[in-house]
Design a protein around this ligand. Structure first.
Ligand code: NAD
Ligand code: UDP
Length: 310
């Protein structure tokens, strides 16, 4: 079986690639290193089942030979990254989605789209279930990401209804773990980086906003199951860890585990920062038999260990 993964040099892509290789797949990876690093996949270059193509998936995509599964992950995921690259973000989750869907149709491949909890925006219901339509500001600073993900989801469903393409949509909630860039701006790498240096931990707002953090190993398991399970065409499934925590509690936990003397610095809130986010994972449990296994404390310890070694 052959799988094409876009965004392979990114945080999730590099881990997912390892999983497919371990299961005996031939993996073709594409990336343009916009937010990913060659280092994340350098160890795979000697593997005879791995082929890397340096490519911008906003352009027409073609690869020789059969492809059974396409996983479209390419897209800046950190708010700092996507706000630095707003137009690129919209292109990669519109033109990039269109090209990868067209390619999947040509090859008769199954298609997995990496969507996001951001499609729910500043959710008015809690926790978020897949049948909630979301509450998104279409012209706010996060809209380049949120609306591109929403457009991509609609495009996936159009390929499913018009062409019968086997599409599956993963709505991924905040995921963390080794290989995140120390400076990518997302909350966990930022807090760990600052704590290890004994610097102030920056919290936007009063820190009462919540997130629910999923360790990368768990997320990869969910994404893999979503990719290989038979008979679930057209499904939209939340993948995340329902253990909800405030950002202030997260900062305290990181300081405690790092064992540093960092203090907390409160900064002005980010515009349109969702106040609460937590997945309802009933569907993932029922359909994929999946639920996360790694608790926040354990996942943070593993991530901090890797950051210490960098
Ligand atoms: P990341 O930034 O680490 O990885 C994204 C990868 O895509 C990078 O390697 C980047 O270079 C590549 N890329 C960007 N534009 C490209 C283009 N035009 N052509 C080829 N490659 C391109 O982000 P991540 O955390 O690994 O996220 C992967 C996917 O999962 C994204 O689609 C993101 O929206 C989604 N997601 C992630 C999270 C999370 O918490 N990590 C949450 C929700 C959704
Ligand atoms: N956050 C913070 N300090 C940081 C980075 C993020 O307080 O240095 C907060 C941010 O305002 C948000 C939460 O942490 O409420 C998660 O932010 P992140 O950028 O990781 O992703 P988001 O879930 O907002 O997409």
């Amino acid at each position: 079986m052959r799988v094409l993964i876009t965004g392979i040099a990114g945080f999730i892509g590099s881990h997912l690639c390892e999983r497919f290789l371990k299961e005996g797949f031939y993996v073709i990876g594409m990336d343009n290193f916009l937010t990913g690093k060659p280092d994340n996949i350098a160890h795979l270059f000697g593997n005879k089942n791995f082929h890397f193509i340096y490519y911008n998936v906003v352009n027409y995509i073609y690869v020789e030979g059969p492809v059974d599964i396409v996983v479209h992950l390419a897209c800046p995921a950190s708010p700092v990254d996507y706000m630095n690259h707003p137009i690129h973000t919209m292109k990669v989750d519109s033109l990039g989605t269109l090209n990868t869907l067209g390619f999947a149709k040509l090859k008769g491949a199954r298609y997995i789209f990496a969507s996001s909890s951001e499609v729910y925006g500043s959710a008015q219901v809690h926790p978020q279930r897949e049948d909630y339509w979301g509450y998104v500001n279409p012209v706010g600073p996060r809209s380049v990401y949120d609306e591109a993900k929403r457009f991509s989801e609609a495009l996936c469903m159009a390929y499913h209804t018009e062409h019968g393409l086997d599409v599956r949509i993963a709505r991924i909630f905040n995921t963390y773990g080794p290989r995140m860039r120390r400076k990518d701006g997302r909350v966990i790498p930022t807090f760990i980086d600052k704590a290890l240096k004994g610097e102030k931990i920056p919290i936007y707002g009063d820190g009462s906003q919540t997130r629910s953090f999923c360790y990368i190993e768990d997320l990869v398991e969910g994404l893999f199951r979503l990719s290989v399970k038979e008979g679930i065409e057209g499904q939209v499934i939340n993948l995340g860890n329902p253990q909800e925590i405030t950002i202030k509690e997260l900062a305290q936990k990181v300081i405690e585990i790092c064992g540093t003397s960092s203090s907390i610095e409160f900064l002005p809130p980010r515009p349109d920062d969702p106040p609460r986010r937590c997945p309802d994972i009933t569907k993932a449990k029922d359909i994929l038999g999946w639920s996360p296994k790694v608790g926040l404390e354990e996942g943070l310890k593993k991530t901090i260990e890797e950051f210490r070694g960098l």
